[in-house]
Design a protein around this ligand. Structure first.
Ligand code: 3PY
Length: 250
């Protein structure tokens, strides 16, 4: 069976709730004929608006992060149950911006993924190397390690709710995109690791996305690769016509 292709927008720290309402209204008609799954991951403050507006449409809503504890004295944090209660379905964990600017580690990424999965959320786990790591030739080892640690204690059944996004850090917000061959190579390596841990059937069924400056111009080539099952989209997800082009290419 062919894997489910997923195009997910990562809005990052953009759009007030009022602005989100406008963008979602533009997105709904623009992506309604998609044959892939369409997800928009928004700031926490946009989630209520996004969930309400997309009800009954083919757009699924995700958050951009989640805390790993269930509740308690964690000022400023948001739990998985809080997201579920709002009607949120997805959450990104371990985006490189979280790792770089907010001291996320492979261990906290794993804890967040487990908390989200145990609460019934679907997770988009981000992995990817820096430019220095690529130049040193350790991309495969690094991505293997990130993937394995992120998935520690995740069951084979829960893998149905796991998406891995390969996002080379050097291609994020830089306008540089990995070539389709580079994207395919690492996405295939990620699938191989999943196969080693969970077996071939789970590996073949798991959606592995490419992310990092995927846009309306380069999406077709990237998405044509056999191990690239969709994309996690930064800047281009903030423009309805561009996002629609990517969605319709998947
Ligand atoms: C990008 O496209 O730059 C992203 O980081 C998507 O998550």
């Amino acid at each position: 069976a062919k894997r489910k292709a997923i195009i997910a927008g990562n809005w990052k720290m953009n759009k007030t709730a009022s602005e989100a309402a406008v963008l979602v209204d533009e997105l709904i008609p623009a992506v309604k004929d998609a044959s892939c799954e369409v997800v928009i991951c928004t700031p926490y403050t946009d989630l209520v608006t996004a969930v309400a507006k997309t009800k009954g449409t083919n757009i699924h809503v995700g958050a951009e992060n989640v805390h790993f504890e269930k509740s308690g004295a964690f000022t400023g944090e948001i739990s998985a149950d809080m997201l579920v209660d709002l009607g949120v379905e997805y959450v990104i964990v371990g985006h490189s911006e979280r790792r770089q600017y907010f001291a996320e580690t492979d261990q906290t990424v794993n804890k967040r993924a487990l908390a989200a999965l145990n609460a019934g959320l679907k997770v988009i786990i981000c992995v990817g190397e820096s430019l220095q790591q690529r130049e040193e030739g350790v991309t495969e080892e690094l991505v293997r390690m990130q993937t394995k640690i992120a998935l520690r204690d995740v069951t084979a059944e829960q893998m149905a709710n796991v998406v891995i996004a390969y996002e080379p850090i050097w291609a994020i917000g830089t306008g540089k995109t990995a070539t389709a061959e580079q994207a395919e190579e690492v996405c295939a390596q990620i699938r191989k690791v999943i196969g080693e841990v969970y077996g071939e059937a789970v590996a073949e069924a798991t959606t592995v996305q490419y992310g990092g400056s995927m846009n309306a111009k380069n999406c077709e080539e990237l998405l044509s690769k056999k191990d690239v099952d969709g994309g996690l989209i930064g800047g281009a997800s903030l423009k309805a016509p561009d996002f629609a082009v990517i969605v319709n290419a998947a």
